[in-house]
Ligand binder design. Structure first.
Ligand code: ZN
Ligand code: ZN
Length: 117
């Protein structure tokens, strides 16, 4: 899909099944998801305008530590392929282009478990 912006796998402990499994991270302009490859636990994030990653704003104890990842992606602002910094926490998901600093902010929207896995 041409609207897919970033897709990568981050291998870590799943907060749901507690297994070390690939967490499949997909970011699109209108939606971002993290899906456990083992149990199918899915977290969905939706875009928001302002930065919600301020200290303590939406974080709650007992959830994931924030992941800091880097992925090459085609920037929608400066129109080149550049490394993007991803910061994924329980309540927020941000993607920032290192070249132009254009940043997508997402907030946690819902969570569900795949029933057919
Ligand atoms: Zn899992
Ligand atoms: Zn850019």
């Amino acid at each position: 899909m041409s609207d897919r912006f970033i897709s990568l796998a981050h291998r870590t402990d799943c907060y749901h099944c507690k297994q070390v499994a690939d967490q499949i991270i997909t970011a699109m302009p209108y939606r971002a998801e993290v899906v456990c490859d083992n149990c199918g636990a899915t977290r969905v994030f939706v875009p928001r305008i302002e930065d919600v990653s301020g200290p303590g704003t939406f974080e709650k104890p007992g959830c994931y530590p924030t992941w800091s990842l880097v992925s090459d992606a085609a920037c929608r602002n400066c129109h080149g392929t550049h490394p993007h910094d991803l910061s994924i926490g329980c309540r927020n998901f941000t993607v920032r282009c290192r070249n132009c600093n254009f940043t997508h902010f997402y907030k946690f929207d819902l969570e569900f478990m795949a029933k057919d896995v």
